[in-house]
Design a protein around this ligand. Structure first.
Ligand code: KG4
Ligand code: ZN
Length: 333
C-alpha cells in the first residue's frame, strides 16, 4: 500500500498543492499571484485574499493531475511557518477542514526545512551530514543537515535576505516585483567588474545585505543626476555587477562554512537558488572536491512538492499535529 500525501503551500505569494506518493511527486500545481507586481512587493492582505480565492481550484487540479482521488489520501501536510500570517492561515484552515472531513492526520511543515528537503525528491540525493545554502526572498541561511528532520543553522542574515537585496536593487533599476530573475536575465553579457559595490564585512558565518542596497541607491542617485539615461545605457553592466557582488558574498561564507565543518557535500535551495551565476559557481566547485546538489528550477521557488516530501518524512515518524495547531509566522527549526 502506498502512502499518499496532499501537501499545501501558502506562506507567501504562491498558492500550491501537490500529491506525493511514497516520496514521489505525482503532481505539483502552482498559482503565482500577479496582483503584487505593481506594488513593488507582496501586499499581505492581497496575498491572503488571493490564496482564499485559489486554494480549492489548485487542490482539485493537483488531485486530478495525480490520477488519485480524495479517498486515497493518507495525510495532509501544510506549511505552518515561517511566512505571512494571513497567508499561512488560509492553508492551515483549509488543511484542518480537509483532515477533519477525510478523517486523516495533519502534518505541520516548516517552510525552510521543506526548501532543503526538496533535494530528496529526485536523484542524486545528498548524504548526511551536508550543508545547504538556503536563499529566498525572506531568508538567507547556511544550514547543517544531520538527518531529514535534524538541522542546525550555522549562519544567517542579520538584516535583509539576499532575495530582498535582489528585489530591491531590481526595483531601483525600474523592474517590476519580484525582479531577482530579471537581474539574472539582464546580467547576461554584462561586465560584472564595471561597477564595484562594497561587500559587508561581518565575521563568522552571518550575512548582511542592507549595506549593498544603500550603496546601489546612492550610486544610482549620483549617476542619474549627471545623466538621466544612466540606467538604460548601462543596464547589463549594472545587473551583472550587482549580481556578482551578491553571489560572491553568498559564496565566500559557504566556502568558509565548508572549511570550518570539513563538510564537502553542499546543496543550495530556495528561490535565489534559481540564479544562473550561483548555479554555475556551485557546479564549478565540483572540480575542487565538493559534491554539489542543485535543485530543479521548479523546486527552487515556492511549491507544495517540497512540503509534501517533508510531510512524507514526518509521516514515516508518525509526527502528526492535532486540530489545535496554529500558523507560526516566525517558526524556527
Ligand atoms: O523561495 P522563494 O520562492 O520565496 C520565499 O520563500 O521568499 O524565493 C523568492 C525569491 C525572490 O526574492 C526572487 O526575486 C528570488 O527568489 N529569485 C531570484 C531568481 N529567481 C527567483 N533571485 C535571483 N536570481 C534568480 N534567477
Ligand atoms: Zn520559500
Amino acid at each position: 500500500m502506498s502512502i499518499n500525501i496532499l501537501a499545501i503551500e501558502s506562506s507567501c505569494d504562491e498558492t500550491s498543492a501537490a500529491i506525493i506518493s511514497d516520496g514521489k511527486v505525482l503532481s505539483n500545481s502552482i498559482f503565482s499571484q500577479q496582483v503584487h507586481e505593481i506594488y513593488g512587493g507582496v501586499v499581505p492582505e492581497l496575498a491572503s485574499r488571493a490564496h482564499q480565492k485559489q486554494i480549492i481550484t489548485i487542490v482539485d487540479k493537483a488531485i486530478e493531475q495525480s490520477r488519485t482521488s480524495k479517498k486515497d489520501l493518507d495525510a495532509i501536510a501544510f506549511t505552518c511557518g515561517p511566512g505571512l500570517l494571513g497567508s499561512l492561515l488560509v492553508g492551515v484552515s483549509f488543511a484542518k477542514g480537509f483532515a477533519l472531513a477525510a478523517g486523516i492526520p495533519l502534518i505541520s511543515v516548516n517552510h525552510m526545512q521543506a526548501h532543503i528537503l526538496a533535494h530528496f525528491i529526485d536523484e542524486p540525493k545528498p548524504s548526511f551530514p551536508f550543508l545547504c545554502l538556503t536563499v529566498s526572498g525572506g531568508h538567507t541561511q547556511i544550514v547543517r543537515i544531520n538527518d531529514y528532520l535534524d538541522m542546525e543553522i550555522l549562519g544567517e542574515t542579520r538584516d535583509d535576505a539576499v532575495g530582498e537585496a535582489f528585489d530591491k536593487s531590481a526595483k531601483m533599476l525600474g523592474f517590476p516585483y519580484p525582479g531577482g530573475y530579471l537581474i539574472d536575465k539582464y546580467a547576461r553579457g554584462g561586465d560584472p567588474y564595471r561597477f564595484i559595490f562594497p561587500k559587508s564585512d561581518i565575521p563568522g558565518l552571518d550575512y548582511s545585505f542592507s549595506g549593498i542596497k544603500t550603496a546601489v541607491l546612492y550610486f544610482l542617485r549620483d549617476q542619474l543626476k549627471a545623466d538621466e539615461k544612466f540606467i538604460k545605457k548601462n543596464i547589463h553592466d549594472l545587473c551583472a555587477s550587482i549580481q556578482h557582488t551578491l553571489i560572491e558574498m553568498l559564496f565566500d561564507k559557504l566556502i568558509l562554512a565548508s572549511e570550518m565543518t570539513g563538510i564537502t557535500e553542499i546543496a543550495i535551495a530556495g528561490g535565489v537558488a534559481a540564479n544562473s551565476l550561483l548555479r554555475e559557481k556551485i557546479s564549478f566547485k565540483q572540480k575542487s572536491g565538493w559534491k554539489t546538489y542543485i535543485p530543479k528550477l521548479e523546486y527552487c521557488t515556492d511549491n507544495a512538492a517540497m512540503i509534501g516530501i517533508a510531510g512524507y518524512f514526518k509521516y514515516l515518524r508518525k509526527n502528526f499535529s492535532d486540530l489545535t495547531v496554529s500558523p507560526d509566522a516566525r517558526m524556527q527549526f
